[in-house]
Design a protein around this ligand. Structure first.
Ligand code: NAD
Length: 260
């Protein structure tokens, strides 16, 4: 379905981004990977996915908190593949503390990586998409883009902001073949969440398994984690012709989290 198209997925060396990159590659899209990690492991990861699905893959190590590096990554994608047809803004970090204790540099980093980076990639990708009259912008927000939790002020602010950016982008592109939508996952067991599980287990003196159960019980009525594969399938749907008129939504896939 997506052969001949190029997808750039930020933060795709791990977790949800990797799941979405795999799902898009399976549909035939070429993939530009981005994210941190061990250089050899990253090379193996994008080479293997390229071979498995018979698509071209590449990698750029831009730090998504740095606008000049984001610009360099977009130029790299343009030179390598001619442009970005599918932009998945996924890179993200978390930090947990009360507002009055929140380290200022953590606030700045979360806003830069989880929100401003999507503004920069979007502004740089749109001219090409508009010229082709086809494009897909998929922003990885969160259930925290729709409702809040205590001690996550920067993350909640960034994710609510990302939902807002998605809606404005969708309105500006409404007369074109470019769509912009947000995905709002609940708990997904990735390294980002594993850290919160570990912290909780240590704090409450409970096992890792019990900490996972408690985490889910608190917010996610299904009692089950969302998976990167399920999120990948939703991203593929957004890229399909059936989703041509899906514009500006913040689609929660969260085991019932925000239905409460
Ligand atoms: P993860 O930690 O597994 O992956 C994050 C990715 O972002 C990694 O590839 C990492 O290298 C990359 N990254 C981090 N900082 C970066 C930077 N400055 N520049 C470039 N890349 C950077 O996390 P995940 O759980 O897969 O999260 C992916 C997205 O999904 C995030 O935006 C997160 O907020 C969102 N999300 C996650 C969950 C969850 O439960 N895991 C729920 C809702 C939303």
């Amino acid at each position: 379905m997506l052969s001949g198209k190029t997808a750039l997925v930020t933060g795709s060396t791990s977790g949800i981004g990797l799941g979405i990159a795999r799902a898009l590659a399976e549909q035939g899209a070429n993939i530009v990977f981005n994210g941190f990690g061990d250089a050899q492991q990253i090379e193996k990861l994008y080479t293997d996915i390229g071979q498995e699905f018979g698509v071209q893959t590449a990698y750029h190590n831009a730090d998504m908190s740095k606008p000049d590096q984001i610009q360099a990554m977009m130029t790299f994608a343009l030179e390598k593949f001619g442009g970005v047809d599918i932009l998945v803004n996924n890179a993200g970090i978390q930090y947990v503390a009360n507002v009055e204790d929140f380290p200022v540099e953590k606030w700045d980093a979360i806003i830069a990586i989880n929100l401003s980076s999507a503004f920069h990639t979007t502004r740089l990708a749109l001219p090409y998409m508009k010229q082709k009259n086809w494009g897909r912008i998929i922003n990885l927000a969160s259930a925290h883009g729709l409702v809040a939790s205590a001690q996550k002020s920067a993350y909640v602010a960034a994710k609510h902001g990302l939902v807002g950016l998605t809606k404005s982008t969708a309105l500006e592109t409404a007369p074109t073949g470019v769509t912009a939508n947000a995905i709002c996952p609940g708990w997904v067991l990735t390294p980002l969440v594993q850290k919160q599980v570990d912290d909780r287990a240590a704090r409450e003196g409970i096992s890792n398994e019990q900490a996972k159960k408690n985490l889910l019980l608190e917010k996610q009525p299904s009692g089950e984690f969302v998976t990167p594969e399920e999120l990948g399938a939703l991203a593929v749907f957004f890229c399909s012709p059936a989703a041509n008129q899906v514009r500006g939504v913040a689609w929660n896939m969260d085991g019932g989290w925000v239905a409460q």
